[in-house]
Design a protein around this ligand. Structure first.
Ligand SMILES: Nc1ncnc2c1ncn2[C@@H]1O[C@H](COP(=O)(O)OP(=O)(O)O)[C@@H](O)[C@H]1O
Ligand SMILES: Cc1cn([C@H]2C[C@H](O)[C@@H](COP(=O)(O)O)O2)c(=O)[nH]c1=O
Length: 221
């Protein structure tokens, strides 16, 4: 039975890499996929992974009807054996309904990849609809880690290095969590829930560790 599968996780947990692997494994067996993405960091019409792989994709524009687009490909003589949709959190709920229709009426597997929640830990509308409609939800096996070493489950946004909890839901950007990353105007860092709730990023944790307030005090002096 064809399925709508939602591969979800935080930023930087390997979703796009898995999308490219699924594409590679199927295309190397002669199958033909239709690949969609939206707002990929590498630019319009791209599906890219931080491991350096990139492939061409159809940019899923606002208002694009996925069902009509797949039917259009098939009726103009194109072959479509499966569909991949990356950055699916950015899709409108009705576009997710169209993907479900591709599975049910055209009998094609649809693999959707996306982050579930935004920087405020609220569901993206596209991800909410995927949770509602998917046959399966798969959590990626590679654990992205919080600076404390716990599994990262949440996405934080930083503006000029400080974690924020207000702002536009969609701001394309990259993770800047490691010590050597230059401060970006808008960046992201994956955190465990505890540190997301406390608004403690790696930078604030480092600053706290260096603060004289928390340095060990020798009580004999
Ligand atoms: N230099 C590197 N060496 C090994 N693995 C890396 C490197 N850079 C990134 N990765 C891997 O790539 C993952 C991010 O993959 P990507 O597909 O871009 O994530 P996502 O689409 O979920 O944001 C990281 O979690 C890490 O496992
Ligand atoms: C948390 C959050 C993220 N985004 C953006 C930032 C990136 O461009 C993508 C996620 O891409 P990835 O391949 O999963 O790393 O989403 C956003 O617009 N709003 C947010 O709250």
């Amino acid at each position: 039975m064809p399925e709508l599968v939602f591969f979800s996780g935080t930023m930087d947990c390997g979703k796009s890499t898995l999308a490219l692997q699924i594409e590679h494994n199927r295309s190397s067996r002669g199958l033909q996929g239709l690949i969609y993405s939206r707002n990929d960091r590498a630019g319009r019409g791209k599906l890219s992974s931080r491991l350096g792989l990139v492939t061409e994709a159809v940019e899923a524009a606002d208002g694009m009807d996925f069902y009509a687009h797949v039917v259009g490909q098939l009726s103009s003589g194109g072959r479509v054996d499966y569909v991949i949709a990356d950055e699916a959190q950015f899709l409108a709920p009705e576009q997710v309904d169209q993907l479900a229709r591709v599975v049910d009426d055209l009998e094609l597997d649809v693999f959707a990849f996306g982050i579930t929640t935004d920087f405020r830990s609220k569901l993206f509308p596209g991800s909410q609809r995927l949770v509602e409609l998917a046959d399966r939800i798969e959590v990626l096996q590679v654990e992205a880690l919080c600076w404390c070493g716990a599994r990262a489950t949440h996405n934080a946004r930083t503006v000029d290095g400080r974690m924020v909890v207000e702002g536009a839901q969609v701001v394309v950007g990259d993770v800047v969590g490691d010590v050597d990353s230059p401060p970006a105007e808008v960046g992201y860092e994956v955190l465990c829930r505890r540190h997301h709730r406390r608004r403690q990023t790696s930078a604030t944790a480092r600053a706290a560790a260096l603060s004289p307030d928390v340095l060990p005090v020798d009580s004999t002096k």
